[in-house]
Design a binder for this molecule. Structure first.
Ligand code: NDP
Length: 284
């Protein structure tokens, strides 16, 4: 078997085109959806992510505002900025790029974002809504993965789904969405005793650990659908996922490449959440 590639770039382009149409419809009502992205510090990877998000936003016809703060910005100053953005009517979505410098409490900062503008879906109010089956904003990466699975026609109802990685931004919300779609879900973390025994049961395997190449072909069930969330910069400068692509391709039935898989979908779903926030303002 040779796995077919799931083209996240192509699907993201479709989603972005749909968003651009929704933006035009809102503009006809005098509303331009606006996204504020806040970056604290000068981490090069974060700078790239923020630039990409701002560019995607502008390409869809939205207003994009990037605020860059020095790495030693006091937490209180960041919270004041968020308060100003919360009450700014031209801003419908607010995102604080993570990770934040060590002296800043990430939880307090996310709590400082108005939950109705929390387009990353990380606020505890939005996490709680997702947990209880009444989601307002879905976290962008798991949301994008669900879109990919849907677009590929991957059945989830009654299937075995395994999520490797249990972070608040990827693994946990991913597991909740798969559960809601009718899958039987296992979540693994760094303490999982026999990881391969878990992953080999997966009809659908989602990997989000930040450990390059940790899932190899022999850890897969033949015919599994493999979604690789990892983005790891190797010493030679190349980007690699958490799945060992070469050994996985002969075993899986479908797999996402890195780059060009989950990454573009994450940005596309950020735009979806932002346009949705603006549409809610119109219907409020
Ligand atoms: P975190 O570091 O927050 O979480 C990693 C998770 O993986 C933890 O739950 C950890 O377990 C688990 N883990 C680590 N090592 C192992 C192991 N050997 N076996 C099983 N589980 C393990 O990472 P994120 O969720 O933020 O990100 C994961 C990856 O996804 C990174 O490469 C990141 O760059 C990428 N990413 C990509 C995005 C995209 O758009 N494509 C978006 C967001 C992230 P424990 O809980 O026990 O510590």
């Amino acid at each position: 078997m040779t796995a077919r590639l799931i083209d996240g770039k192509a699907l993201a382009a479709q989603v972005r085109a749909q968003v651009a149409e929704r933006v035009q419809a809102l503009k006809a009502h005098g509303i331009t959806p606006g996204l504020a992205v806040v970056l604290v510090g000068d981490d090069p990877a974060s700078q790239v992510y923020v630039r990409n998000k701002a560019a995607a936003c502008e390409a869809a016809g939205m207003l994009s505002r990037t605020v860059t703060l020095a790495a030693d910005t006091p937490e209180g100053e960041l919270l004041d900025l968020l308060e100003a953005l919360n009450t700014d009517a031209s801003i419908h979505g607010i995102l604080v790029q993570l990770p934040l410098p060590g002296h800043i409490d990430t939880g307090r900062v996310i709590a400082g974002i108005d939950a109705t503008k929390d387009v990353d879906g990380f606020h505890v109010a939005n996490a709680g809504l997702l947990l209880t089956g009444r989601p307002r904003f879905l976290p962008c990466t798991p949301y994008g993965i669900m879109k990919m699975l849907e677009s590929e026609g991957v059945p989830l109802w009654g299937t075995e789904a395994v999520v490797v990685g249990a972070s608040n931004i990827v693994g946990k919300p991913m597991a909740l969405l798969l559960l809601a779609a009718g899958a039987t879900v296992t979540i693994c973390n760094s303490k999982t005793r026999d990881l391969a025994a878990q992953t080999r049961r997966a009809d659908v395997l989602i990997v989000a650990t930040g450990r390059p190449g940790m899932i190899t072909g022999d850890m897969l069930k033949p015919g599994a659908v493999v979604i690789d969330v990892g983005i790891n910069r190797l010493e030679d400068g190349r980007l690699a996922g958490d799945v060992d692509f070469e050994t996985a391709v002969p075993v899986a039935s479908a797999i996402t490449p890195v780059p060009g898989g989950v990454g573009p979908m994450t940005i596309a779903m950020l735009l979806v959440n932002t346009v949705e926030a603006a549409e809610r303002q119109l219907s409020a």
